[in-house]
Design a protein around this ligand. Structure first.
Ligand code: SF4
Length: 296
């Protein structure tokens, strides 16, 4: 709808566009629902990087522990979507724990690739964040030499290798993965590169780039500790200068929106639907107020 201001026709007022792939991915939804069904239980690390979800799980008796050694003997333990390495499984079994495995099947597939390479004695290179639990879990399935790399410096620090299997953390940005693979190919003669970036991640990243390219204001919703949400934020800032990273709708108060702004909203894979709905509702309220101001 157009509006007339000072006798002139204005552009449509603030438009709020929610990305189609915002919020929980398949693996995270499955892990959260598994944890809910398994209460009372202990998760190895927070089930997702979202304090609101972790708090609501705590209310029904699902708490988290940082290491398998902290878990009382005989506990029911839910493995989150990031998965864990073999040593952690062994510790849990030795402690007679009941293991409820919610490792995402896409991550499980990478564990299988790591184990298979290990059995053949092939070194493993994971392109991803060394300290991220998913990467730690993948490295934990290789008995052969294994490294995580995320930069040219990491690649230059690798010892001389004739061959290596290469996998990616599921949330890697595709272009970065390809750049790092090209660098590895210059140093290692036989590279066995496996495509392991999750399609849910890829779709989400492509969509955020398109949306941020058209938006005046971009809002990325996600836990501050969530690696995939931070990546979405960084990607959005490349296309939209006014990009904001928020955890809850309360943080919208500090964001100013002008008439004629298009506001794009996306959310990381660990952001629950209720928070996304609240942010969209608050943005629509702001839109109504802007429209009302222009009409009076
Ligand atoms: S981002 Fe992909 S791999 Fe990771 S949990 Fe979600 S569906 Fe699984």
């Amino acid at each position: 709808m157009d509006f007339i201001e000072n006798g002139r026709r204005r552009l449509p007022i603030t438009r709020v566009v929610l990305a189609k792939h915002a919020g929980f991915c398949f693996g995270v939804r499955r892990a959260v629902e598994t944890a809910e069904r398994s209460a009372p239980a202990i998760t190895l690390g927070p089930i997702i990087h979202n304090p609101q979800v972790v708090a609501s799980l705590a209310e029904i008796g699902v708490r988290s522990a940082d290491s398998p050694d902290e878990i009382p003997v005989g506990s029911r333990v839910v493995i989150r979507s990031h998965g864990i390495g073999r040593a952690a499984y062994d510790t849990l079994k030795a402690r007679d724990c009941e293991i409820v495995d919610a490792t995402c099947p896409f991550v499980q597939r990478i564990h299988d690739m790591a184990r298979e390479a290990s059995q053949a004695g092939t070194p493993l290179i994971v392109i991803g964040e060394r300290d991220h639990p998913e990467v730690q879990g993948i490295l934990g399935w290789s008995d052969a030499p294994a490294w995580a790399v995320l930069s040219e410096a990491d690649i230059l620090a690798l010892p001389p290798l004739d061959c290596a299997r290469v996998v990616a953390q599921t949330t890697m940005v595709q272009e970065r993965f390809e750049t790092l693979c090209a660098m590895l190919a210059q140093r290692i003669e036989r590279l066995d590169v496996r495509a392991t970036i999750c399609t849910a991640t890829r779709d989400r990243q492509q969509e955020v780039a398109e949306l941020a390219g058209q938006a005046d204001v971009m809002i990325v919703i996600g836990g501050k500790q969530s690696s995939n949400s931070r990546k979405l934020y960084r990607l959005a800032t490349e296309f939209c200068r006014r990009t904001y990273f928020i955890e809850t709708a309360a943080e919208l108060d500090g964001i100013s929106v002008s008439p004629s702004d298009t506001v794009g909203i996306t959310a990381g894979a660990s952001t629950p639907d209720c928070i996304i709905k609240e942010v969209v509702a608050r943005m629509n309220d702001i839109e109504k107020k802007v429209n009302h101001r222009l009409q009076v």
